[in-house]
Ligand binder design. Structure first.
Ligand code: SAH
Length: 244
């Protein structure tokens, strides 16, 4: 179950933070580390600060962008000290986030995403997430060091896993009742965007409208079955449109 919980570090500047994050993960039983476009990796400083968790650093996957890091995940939680304008579902309490994460991780991969030391996650990256979480902290000084933020949330995940009821938080669900992967959700949004454009609802791509609809569906959390119902509806509407 913990093996399904991935830690994603986006464009980390200091390689030492990668090593310290790997150490934080290993102490909490996590092992799946993905690095999005790190500034400097592999690096001796990363290995040095891993201090016994070099295996995680050595096995870390490096990818080009956040989308590639999380396509197979059914839940992607962006860690952010500040609230952004995008109305994604937000966990104010990390333990509530961790419970949901562990619940999903029983059957599918999930991810916790951490931003850059200097400016966190971009709005575009937050759009790749299904949820956001903040670690409650001093209102006057509430931004943690990257690896320490990883430690706090990895610890919450470990606690939720340790305290899970014997039968799990919920019964195993058949595939159709589970959350779609980010890739499946992405296909749905592409389809929706195409129908909006072809029907004349949007005359040109409109990122703001698309972002609002993405946030709406993120809050609704459709199952795979519900998503294929919506895809069927879109396909039927699309069939009524004149050929392009
Ligand atoms: N200066 C950046 C924060 C960088 S800290 C900003 O203002 O956005 C590096 C990363 O650590 C953040 O992107 C976030 O993923 C995590 N982090 C730091 N403090 C956090 C907090 N209080 N809650 C949740 N995540 C936090």
């Amino acid at each position: 179950m913990l093996h399904n919980i991935r830690i994603v570090l986006v464009q980390t500047f200091h390689p030492g933070n990668i090593g310290a994050s790997a150490r934080a993960m290993k102490t909490m039983g996590l092992s799946d580390l993905v690095l999005v476009n790190p500034r400097c990796f592999p690096d001796s400083e990363a290995t040095r600060l891993a201090a016994g968790a070099e295996d995680l650093v050595d096995n870390a996957r490096v990818v080009e962008n956040l989308e590639a890091a999380v396509t197979d995940c059914v839940q992607v939680v962006g860690a952010s000290a500040r609230l952004r304008s995008l109305p994604l579902p937000h966990f104010d309490e990390p333990d509530e986030m961790a419970r949901a994460l562990v619940e999903n991780a029983a059957q599918d991969p999930v991810a916790l995403v951490f931003g850059r030391e200097r400016f966190g996650l971009t709005n575009e990256e937050i759009r790749c997430c299904s949820h956001q979480v903040s670690i409650p902290a001093n209102p006057d000084y509430g931004v943690l060091n990257l690896a320490q933020a990883v430690q706090v949330l990895a610890h919450e995940a470990f606690r939720a896993w340790r305290r899970r009821p014997e039968s799990g938080y919920r019964p195993a669900l058949p595939a159709e009742d589970r959350q779609p992967s980010r890739e499946q959700l992405g296909h749905f949004h592409d389809h929706l965007a195409r129908v909006m454009r072809r029907s004349g609802f949007l005359t040109q791509p409109h990122a703001r409208t698309e972002a609002q609809l993405q946030a709406l569906f993120a809050r609704a959390q459709p199952s795979r079955r519900e998503l294929s119902l919506l895809r069927g509806l879109l396909a039927s509407l699309e069939g009524q449109l004149p050929n392009e």
